[in-house]
Design a protein around this ligand. Structure first.
Ligand code: DOR
Ligand code: ZN
Length: 375
């Protein structure tokens, strides 16, 4: 099987993404209901202040991941973090109404059922995140055995319709890193959903055809987020001419057949699939080292990246449902008011962005996209 690293195989480095625009016909701009990002890492402190504008420019709301150090395990910690996000938003020159952080709690082996009740009462917490312990960045306090340790808490979540947002990978070192999502479906997802069939579940950053099939066919309230990087790149991007740490994320990029299944799901119109960037800023030095961190920074150009992926499928007409309508519907919220416009424009992605006294390398740095956000 031939597998080119990105969606278009043409050889000049900077030409790959541009080629999709050239093929795309005459559409000059697209206006859509202001989208939301249903999976976002904003971090804290100076990094938060540096990155928040990138999301707020494009998105009306975002589900904010709780994997800070220490993790956001209580409603009070989430309240304080939300306050810091709103402060950062104002400092970045936005009105606080411009962008709503939808907070989440970090599930541990010891999250008490009462914490879920408090979260629900708060009105600002919209999900509880499962990190299997050791699965990814700052997951050390995560769950070691979901059904053994969290049953009562899950039962309350089911009753209160509080969604469980799942990093869907097993951490068993015996399982090949490329198979961890598929094995998670068998070992965790199926038993969980058998025990709690009415629990609202979001299978976050889906990366495999197995995951797509599961979400499509599952009974009950199951949905999935899809990142731009998993829609645009396959695993060859990690090894193109050498080791490419800025394409390393978790779950790891998979082979081309899986990317095709994700693209098909995203552009199918099925309301179970919606946008979640998993944009995860790491300083360049933390990625370019002997044990580099997982995470791709995509908030800067997220909507242009998704437009590129949808255009390559000839399905720009379905971008709005994926980016702006399906997510709110699952979360029981109204779509945003207002719109954004993407315009056709050859825009080179910067090699690096200044963040917190260091730099962050955005996904597809140095490549040319065929779309950019207007204004
Ligand atoms: O690539 C990733 N980066 N995957 C995750 O699950 C976490 C994220 C991060 O926080 O850096
Ligand atoms: Zn994430």
């Amino acid at each position: 099987m031939t597998e080119s690293p990105v969606l278009l195989p043409s050889s000049p480095e900077s030409g790959r993404l541009r080629a999709s625009a050239a093929r795309a016909g005459s559409l000059r701009e697209i206006t859509l209901t202001r989208p939301d990002d249903w999976h976002l890492h904003l971090r804290d402190g100076d990094t938060l202040r540096a990155v928040i504008g990138d999301s707020a420019r494009q998105f009306g709301r975002a589900i904010i991941m709780p994997n800070l150090k220490p993790p956001v395990t209580t409603t009070e910690a989430a309240r304080a973090y939300r306050g810091r996000i709103l402060d950062a938003l104002t400092q970045a020159g936005f009105q606080t109404e411009a962008f709503e952080p939808l907070m989440t709690l970090y599930l541990t082996d010891r999250t008490p059922p009462d914490e879920i009740r408090r979260a629900c009462d708060s009105g600002f917490i919209h999900g509880v995140k499962l990190y299997p312990a050791g699965a990814t960045t700052n997951s050390d306090s995560g769950v070691t055995d979901l059904l053994a340790n969290c049953r009562q808490t899950l039962a309350v979540m089911q009753d209160l319709k509080m969604p469980l947002l799942m990093h869907g990978e097993v951490t068993d070192p015996q399982v090949d890193v490329f198979d961890r999502e598929a094995v998670f479906i068998e070992r965790v997802m199926r038993p969980l959903r058998q025990a709690f069939p009415a629990l609202k579940v979001v299978f976050e950053h889906l990366t495999t055809a197995d995951g797509v099939a599961y979400v499509r066919e599952a009974d009950g309230p199951v949905a999935a987020t899809l990142t731009a990087h998993h829609l645009l790149y396959n695993r060859n991007a990690l090894f193109r001419g050498g080791l490419r740490p800025h394409y390393y994320c978790l779950p790891i990029l998979k082979r081309e057949t899986h990317r095709q299944a994700l693209l098909e799901a995203a552009t199918s119109g099925n309301p179970r699939f919606f946008l979640g960037t998993d944009s995860a800023p790491h300083p360049r030095g933390a990625k370019e080292q002997d044990c580099g961190c997982a995470g791709c920074y995509t908030a800067y150009h997220a909507m242009a990246l998704y437009a590129t992926a949808f255009e390559a499928q000839g399905r720009l007409d379905r971008l709005e449902a994926f980016a702006s309508l399906n997510g709110p519907r699952f979360y029981g919220l109204a779509p945003n008011r207002g719109t954004i416009t993407l315009e056709r424009c050859e825009a080179v992605i910067p090699q690096a962005l200044a963040v917190d006294g260091t730099d962050v390398v955005p996904l597809a740095a140095g490549e040319t996209l065929g779309w950019r956000l207007r204004g």
